[in-house]
Design a protein around this ligand. Structure first.
Ligand code: ADP
Ligand code: 5GP
Length: 203
């Protein structure tokens, strides 16, 4: 009988992609499909958007609180993204993985690289799969980012320039999923998770 890899727990699903591609939207759809999927709620110094809730979308913290947590080693990884700080809670991920849940982590390309290293060094005992979400085109990305109306034009342009740079590293991911329709992208990620769960069993 194939066994789970010794000492490893659950599965960590890391999702990256340019700002405005639809990560939060697709992840929300994905989470509603399976109660074993748990969102890793990051801490951030970015102010909340009107539709965001503290402790649900992010833990919105001051810079002082953020770096206090960082000094205490509470982050699995942290990075500065688009001028704000974002960090992944180590204890949340460890607790959920111990419960054999599947943790979905939405991080930028720096965060994904740090998580990959942490997993390969055994700092977090799990299998991980890295998924990069891309827009059907850069024009559609710009349209989605502007239509969201959560950033001013200067910030939108900055995020679009960053997107071009982020798209250069997508080959480092295990899977690339096009977010054309939310339902289709979510179904594709579900299929990836199902396959990856079997891979853990066969390790
Ligand atoms: P991200 O989390 O990647 O920054 P969001 O999930 O906030 O992106 O999505 C950006 C905007 O695009 C939102 O207004 C969202 O409703 C919209 N959106 C997301 N996915 C799609 C899609 N497949 N088709 C059309 N609009 C989408
Ligand atoms: P937003 O401000 O649009 O919510 O997120 C901006 C960027 O920060 C996105 O690329 C998102 O994936 C990334 N991000 C969110 N949480 C984290 C985190 O904990 N760590 C890292 N490295 N990036 C994060």
């Amino acid at each position: 009988m194939p066994k789970k890899a010794k000492g490893k727990h659950g599965l960590l699903v890391v999702i990256s992609g340019p700002s405005g591609v639809g990560k939060s939207t697709v992840v929300k759809k994905l989470l509603s499909s399976n109660p074993k999927l748990k969102l890793s709620i990051s801490a951030t110094t970015r102010p909340p958007r009107p539709n965001e809730t503290h402790n649900k979308d992010y833990q919105f913290v001051t810079e002082e609180e953020f770096f206090d947590r960082e000094k205490k080693g509470m982050f699995l990884e942290w990075a500065q993204v688009h001028g704000y700080y974002y960090g992944t809670s180590k204890s949340f991920i460890e607790d959920q993985l111990l419960k054999n849940n599947i943790v979905v982590s939405e991080v930028d390309v720096q965060g994904a690289a740090s998580i990959k290293e942490a997993v390969s060094l055994g700092h977090v005992k799990t299998s991980a799969v890295f998924i990069f979400l891309i827009p059907p085109s850069v024009d559609i990305l710009a349209f989605r980012l502007r239509r969201r109306k959560t950033e001013n034009e200067e910030v939108v342009n900055y995020r679009l320039r960053a997107a071009i740079a982020e798209l250069q590293v997508m080959e480092k991911y295990d899977y690339i999923v096009v977010n054309d329709k939310v339902d289709t992208a979510s179904e594709k990620i579900k299929a990836i998770i199902n396959v990856e769960k079997e891979r853990v069993l066969l390790n």
